[in-house]
Design a binder for this molecule. Structure first.
Ligand SMILES: *[C@@H]1O[C@H](CO)[C@@H](O)[C@H](O)[C@H]1NC(C)=O
Ligand SMILES: *[C@@H]1O[C@H](CO)[C@@H](O)[C@H](O)[C@H]1NC(C)=O
Ligand SMILES: *[C@@H]1O[C@H](CO)[C@@H](O)[C@H](O)[C@H]1NC(C)=O
Ligand SMILES: *[C@@H]1O[C@H](CO)[C@@H](O)[C@H](O)[C@H]1NC(C)=O
Length: 369
């Protein structure tokens, strides 16, 4: 049984019909809104800050509690939206002592480059979703480690999206490094981690650090597609604990080639893996040394190549030879013949590969006879 620290329990019954906005004094260009959704009877409370100029964002949350707020209560909002084109940094303890949010959304924050490491130090455990959407300058080398430090306060987060960032690598043990301090599992709820969801423009990530996601034991969706990844070390997808929950790893539209996967990769993931490899034009075969052990390790492991046809020389023969064995794990493997045509691998003749296989001669007559 795992113990999760400081899980925010929000009691919807006590203040369901009381606006959180009455407890705070929020000024322009920020505003506080309470709305009732049609699907539930609960209020949705949010604070949104817009603007095309800089202002003191931290100041919005310091000493801004109204007479309606009880002395020591935390005031928990559903959402904070920052939609400001000029603010360049978020400072330590952004939301002050008593204001907390379940979702943080940074939308089109064009100038934002630095989220300091303690920005969410107190509010972090309350954050369930951290969404960076649209353009920003987050992830530049000099501030990348602060960005990860700031996210490491979000120990109960379920979903992180960092779209269109400037990250060039995912650091070693990027999340949950500080475990083992007696406070129980961190990041025990993170299911979705996304580094470039909607962009058709490739991101800048070239490499993934050792044990980058190691403590994210509940991760189900890892989006690393639309980047520039060309090498993946053996332990980049190692995890701490075993799980029966499938992890989808999206590596489509990268710079992966025949030798980009270090031997042993995926073998310590300790869970079923669905690997998406579409649109990596230099990946023209799947190295048997890497991908056979992966497929054999767990019958639930899958590889999807989609529109990434292979160049079906003898390097791909193993896929053909064991096509029955791997039929559920590999589907629709296509081979590129000439500049334009693709055929299903079943239709390719691997005659010359038989002969070279361990020096044994294929005896066609006996087979045909
Ligand atoms: C952000 O602000 C711009 C105008 O400055 C507005 O057009 C846009 O709808 C806002 N986005 C959100 C999510 O509020
Ligand atoms: C594959 O990619 C790696 C990393 O970019 C590169 O060093 C290597 O030369 C590439 N291999 C080939 C055969 O192009
Ligand atoms: C996975 O499922 C198997 C079979 O149901 C079970 O024995 C095992 O304990 C499960 N493992 C985990 C980590 O939940
Ligand atoms: C990948 O392997 C194929 C087939 O062996 C080879 O023709 C191609 O040059 C290799 N490409 C790269 C980028 O290594």
């Amino acid at each position: 049984m795992m113990i999760v620290d400081a899980v925010p329990i929000v009691n919807n019954n006590t203040d369901a019909f009381e606006s959180q906005c009455s407890k705070v004094n929020i000024n322009h260009p920020c505003r506080c809104e309470t709305s009732t959704t049609t699907t539930t009877t609960t209020n949705v409370n949010k604070i949104q800050c817009d603007g095309e100029y800089e202002f003191n964002l931290n100041g919005q949350f310091k000493h801004r509690l109204s007479g309606n707020s009880q002395d020591d209560d935390l005031i928990i909002f559903d959402e904070f939206i920052l939609n400001n084109t000029e603010i360049s940094r978020l400072d330590d303890n952004l939301f002050g002592q008593r204001i907390r949010f379940k979702r943080i959304k940074l939308v089109d924050c064009l100038s934002l480059r630095h989220i300091s490491s303690n920005t969410f130090q107190q509010s972090g455990p309350f954050i369930q979703e951290f969404i960076v959407q649209g353009e920003s300058s987050l992830g530049e080398d000099q501030y990348a480690s602060d960005l990860f430090d700031s996210m490491n306060s979000m120990i109960n987060v379920e979903k992180i999206w960092l779209n269109r960032n400037r990250l060039r690598s995912i650091p070693t043990v990027a999340f949950g490094k500080q475990t083992g301090d007696g406070q129980g599992d961190r990041f025990a709820r993170l299911k979705e981690l996304n580094f470039n969801k909607f962009s058709s423009k490739n991101g800048h990530i070239k490499s993934v650090g050792n044990f980058a996601f190691y403590y994210l034991n509940q991760l189900q969706y890892l989006y690393l597609s639309h980047q520039r990844i060309n090498y993946l070390p053996a332990n980049s997808f190692d995890f701490e604990k075993s799980s029966n929950q499938t992890l989808y790893i999206y590596l489509g539209n990268n710079k992966l080639n025949n030798t980009s996967f270090e031997r042993g990769i995926f073998l310590n993931s300790k869970r079923p893996i669905h690997l998406e490899l579409y649109w990596n034009p230099d990946l023209t075969y799947l190295d048997e040394q890497i991908f056979r052990p992966f497929l054999e390790q767990n019958p639930l492991n899958r590889i999807s190549l989609q529109d990434n046809p292979l160049q079906c020389d003898c390097q791909s023969y193993w896929l053909y030879k064991d096509r029955q064995k791997f039929s559920n794990q590999l589907q629709n493997i296509m081979c590129k013949i000439g500049p334009r045509q693709t055929f299903n691998i079943d239709l390719i003749s691997f005659d010359k590969c038989h002969q070279n296989n361990n020096g044994r001669k294929r005896n066609k007559l006996i087979v045909v006879n």
